[in-house]
Design a protein around this ligand. Structure first.
Ligand SMILES: *[C@@H]1O[C@H](CO)[C@@H](O)[C@H](O)[C@H]1NC(C)=O
Ligand SMILES: *[C@@H]1O[C@H](CO)[C@@H](O)[C@H](O)[C@H]1NC(C)=O
Length: 921
């Protein structure tokens, strides 16, 4: 939901606002003192040097002192080789006057070291070898080059932009004893010429940040060598392959509630994942800048070696420099803690990053179905009519959503007694149709002693404090509100306990959760968020340190709440707006308050890809656009696009016209129905991909280069994506377009509707009339489907499967299918089937991939479709333990030079539990 001063004001504001973000509410780099200071660092003059005689080696890695030669402050450099081709580089103050904050929230607990050896150590530097990789530390100026085999892939501080602001006492304040080396009380030499504005206090639009610890920012440049394309660092409404920022602000990562955000710019949005990937034909490489404070990233592409030499002085030896993407990262506080993941292929990087921050939790299947939301469904009768209309119009639907108005005066965990007097009965009416309910629980709590949750948390002093130690009072939907201190384990415990069914009255095990406004949004705060000098008593730090992680702490506690209420038996489902590195462990994410405009439909593609490649994979954009009224054409195109994106939810602002599908003309309704049915048919594919996502980190929605990493033509493509490695999707995002220019990577591709055939690599114009989204199955893939679409996915659990086999030029194909009970954690105790299908030499076989899994499904194989056979078979037979050998009925439609043939095999009748073969003679 949008942020502005309050509801009634919001409505007035909406009437007068032009449809654009009020940029003045948010800081530009020029208005942020640490951003200015880091951007002002001159390349090629780095004062940082490794004192090579201090370097020691321990079991985990290498440790040494680094000195800033301008002010003699000493830092500790640590380099840790990690399992799976990853290396961690940390730089921290050696003797800070106060410990510096290190984010404890992003990483999983078990990160394992890799064995290594120091192969070279001299006054010039030191080289650490691990696996086939090397980290080469140049002592002066400090530069760390990471090699994958013989290829230099990442170089840190190559341009000399490292800047680490040590903690110091405020000039003029009482001197405190200085510890260790350096002269923390003196004004350091490197600060003397710099912009002093905002070092100790900073104001923005009438808000003053008191900055009691003074300047504390950290920054460094990281070059991706031989690269032209970098991706990631969500969330920005911008291109997938990130743009240079030489003539704009840097990309900003600072979780903010941005009212009516604009597309195609680097402004911060609701969430932050400080992870960037670089893609070249030889290497996929990624960097995780592990810091939960406000962060900015500059990007400079240096393709020409002459330009490079003059700008970067990249190689001191005078050799010509390779092309590279030079990135410059700086955070307001914390330490430098960088993980470099060396791939070398996209799937390796996805796995390596999952090894650091975890993978997406396997969602319950219903959450991959369709979700219907609106601010607001007004009352129980409204809810009833809407979901009954879905049945009446033959539209599948899994979840109804209730926004803030369902509560008693925006008091979360309560119900409006007039509009929602019987939530249990309302929910039972939904579950009787196989459906679920989601209610919203926001992060701000109404300051009202008669509100049980506020009173309890207040009495235990578990809210965030102001800098003076009082309970923070910020303005949000309920008016005067307090914000729970999620850094405090007691607060997390208390909040998560509130999901117990006896505490959250009117909820059931079929009530799921939507966490909104958790950036946190504070209408009365600086940049519509929490003052940075607020205090988190839980871990005794300023809000500044944890800002980007705060929303994740909140939704992780919601996840814990769902676990508790079911004795850890049922899989939670929750949606969050704010996110951070690690959010994938517990939540789905949507792209916040978009607008009913074609540009927003277009930008949803790169936004979802950016999230997907940085680990957050259960992602979607509000279908139709949150603000404004989509016309029938835009709405239909949006339903088509989102049917092939991971999270599928329609949502709309309070002031928009109602837009349930049956309110449009019959043709539009037909197109929407077709999209929903395509989604439900493909649920087995999505579900299998999400299981594999949990196992391997591979995102279900992928850029083309994830499957074709050597094809440079794919690196700049964001209008198309892959679902797994089987489907290529090109949503139509232009008004009136009835064709699309599609790039087909190498191989043969079949249109999933009419089997028209395309050979890649090639660009082709394909037809895309209003009722069609271009989707192609890759030759060589096998897709599992369920073609008996019902009103909710839960009613399809035991339905039979169809396998769609698209042959490659060798007449082969492969695929997988994952089956379990779709909603509990029993799969982690082996109650699942994970199957591999392969087709070769006219024989389809089904085998368990993981022999440990077994699940007693009643589902059987109803149909097999083989696309791309050259001639009609004489006979088709099936063999399995229970059916023996049996001939099968089939029909054959021959193909042509431009259309694939189709063999449809009817009722093989084997259970999905058993291994089988089907032979095409
Ligand atoms: C539940 O469904 C019944 C039958 O349609 C209806 O009469 C009743 O009002 C519904 N209850 C609620 C709370 O929606
Ligand atoms: C099956 O279980 C055994 C024993 O727990 C384990 O060693 C093996 O790796 C498992 N197999 C697979 C494919 O996961």
């Amino acid at each position: 939901m949008m942020a502005t001063l309050c509801r009634s004001v919001a409505l007035a504001v909406l009437l007068t606002l032009v449809s654009a973000v009020d940029r003045g509410n948010f800081k530009s780099c020029q208005q942020s003192s640490f951003c200015r200071r880091h951007r002002a660092v001159k390349p090629g003059e780095s004062p940082y040097a490794l004192l090579t005689n201090t370097v020691t080696v321990n079991d985990a890695g290498l440790v040494g002192d680094v000195i800033n030669e301008n002010n003699r402050i000493v830092f500790t450099l640590e380099i840790y080789p990690l399992k799976d081709s990853t290396v961690r580089i940390k730089i921290n103050e050696k003797n800070p006057i106060k410990p510096r904050f290190e984010d404890p929230y992003a990483l999983v607990k078990d990160i394992h070291g890799e064995s290594f050896e120091v192969v070279d150590q001299s006054a010039q530097g030191v080289t650490v070898k691990f696996g086939s990789h090397r980290a080469v530390v140049n002592a002066k100026p400090l530069k760390i080059d990471i090699y994958n085999g013989n290829d230099l892939v990442v170089s840190t501080n190559a341009r000399g932009l490292l800047k680490f602001e040590h903690y110091r006492n405020k000039p003029g304040n009482e001197e405190q004893p200085a510890e260790g080396e350096g002269e923390p009380n003196a004004l350091p030499a490197d600060d003397q010429e710099e912009d002093k504005d905002g070092l100790w206090e900073e104001s923005f639009k009438g808000h003053t940040d008191s900055k009691p610890l003074g300047p504390a920012s950290v920054g460094m440049d990281i070059s991706f060598v031989n690269s032209k394309h970098v991706y990631g660092i969500p969330e920005h409404a911008d291109s997938f392959s990130l743009r240079e920022t030489t003539s704009t602000d840097p990309y900003r990562l600072y979780n903010l509630d941005v009212f009516e955000y604009e597309v195609d710019n680097p402004m911060a949005l609701y969430g932050s994942v400080p992870v960037m990937l670089s893609q070249t034909a030889r290497h996929t490489t990624a960097v995780f800048w592990h810091n939960s404070a406000e962060t900015w990233i500059d990007i400079k592409k240096l393709p020409d070696s002459n330009v490079v030499s003059s700008i970067t002085g990249f190689f001191s030896s005078g050799e010509t420099d390779p092309p590279q993407v030079s990135t410059h990262w700086f955070s307001e506080s914390g330490i430098i803690d960088v993980f470099v993941m060396l791939g070398p292929k996209p799937m390796d990087v996805f796995r390596q990053y999952a090894g650091l921050t975890g993978s997406q939790n396997l969602p319950p299947l219903f959450s991959l179905g369709y979700h219907q939301c609106r601010w607001n469904y007004n009352d129980e009768e409204d809810v009833r009519q809407v979901h009954e209309n879905f049945d009446k119009h033959d539209l599948p639907l899994d979840v109804m959503w209730l926004d803030i108005e369902h509560t008693d005066g925006k008091r979360y965990f309560t119900w409006d007694h007039y509009k929602f007097p019987n939530p249990l009965e309302m929910t039972a009416n939904l579950t009787a149709r196989g459906r679920k309910l989601v209610t919203i629980i926001d992060v701000h709590f109404k300051r009202d002693n008669n509100y049980f949750f506020y009173k309890e948390v207040h009495d235990r002093d578990l809210f965030v404090h102001t800098k003076d130690g009082n309970e923070f009072d910020g303005w949000c939907w309920p008016g005067s509100s307090s914000y729970i201190d999620m850094t405090n384990p007691e607060a997390r415990e208390h909040y998560s306990d509130t999901y117990r069914l006896d505490r959250y009255k009117g909820s059931t095990l079929d009530t799921f959760t939507w966490n909104d406004m958790n950036e946190p949004s504070v209408f009365s705060g600086p940049e519509i968020t929490m003052p940075k000098d607020n205090l988190h008593p839980g871990i005794g730090v300023e809000h500044r340190e944890v800002h980007n992680a705060y929303g994740m702490l909140f939704h992780e506690s919601t996840y814990e709440g769902h676990l508790k209420r079911s004795d850890r038996r049922l899989r939670p489902f929750l949606l969050t707006r704010a996110f951070y590195a690690g959010t994938q462990r517990s939540a789905a994410v949507w792209t916040g308050d978009n607008t009913a405009e074609w540009s927003h439909l277009r930008i949803s593609q790169p936004m979802l890809l950016s999230l997907s490649v940085t680990g957050i994979t259960h992602v979607g954009a509000d279908v139709g656009g949150f603000f404004g009224n989509p016309d029938a054409n835009l709405l239909a195109r949006w339903y088509q696009a989102a049917a092939f994106q991971p999270f599928y939810r329609a949502h709309a602002h309070l002031d928009t016209k109602r837009r349930e599908p049956w309110l449009f003309d019959t043709e539009t309704l037909r197109i929407i129905r077709k999209s929903l049915r395509q989604r439900y048919q493909h649920l087995p594919l999505w579900y299998s991909l999400f299981y594999e996502n949990e196992l391997t980190g591979a995102p279900p929605m992928r850029p083309l280069w994830a499957s074709f990493p050597e094809d440079e033509a794919t690196f700049g493509i964001e209008s198309e994506h892959m679902i797994g490695s089987a489907l290529l999707v090109n949503p139509i995002t232009e008004p009136g377009a009835v064709t699309a220019n599609v790039y087909f990577p190498a191989g043969v591709w079949y249109d999933i509707e009419d089997l028209s055939m395309h050979h890649g690599p090639s660009h082709k114009v394909v037809s895309a009339p209003r009722d069609k989204i271009p989707v192609f199955q890759r030759g060589g893939s096998i897709i599992p489907r369920k073609d008996r679409v019902r009103r909710a996915s839960t009613l399809m659990r035991e339905d039979p499967y169809t396998l769609v086999i698209a042959l490659d030029s060798d007449g082969k194909a492969q695929g997988t299918l994952y089956i379990d009970d779709e909603h509990t954690f029993d799969y982690r105790q082996g109650k699942f089937l994970y199957l591999a299908f392969s087709y070769e030499g006219g024989v389809l076989t089904s085998k368990k991939i993981d022999p440990n899994g077994s699940y007693d499904t009643a589902s059987w194989l109803e149909r097999v479709i083989v696309i791309g056979l050259h001639k009609q078979p004489t006979k088709v037979s099936v063999n399995s333990a229970t059916v023996g050998t049996r001939d099968l009925e089939s029909t054959f439609e021959s193909g042509s030079a431009t259309q694939g043939s189709q063999l449809t095999i009817r009722k093989p009748g084997v259970s999905m539990r058993e291994e089988f073969t089907i032979t095409i003679h």
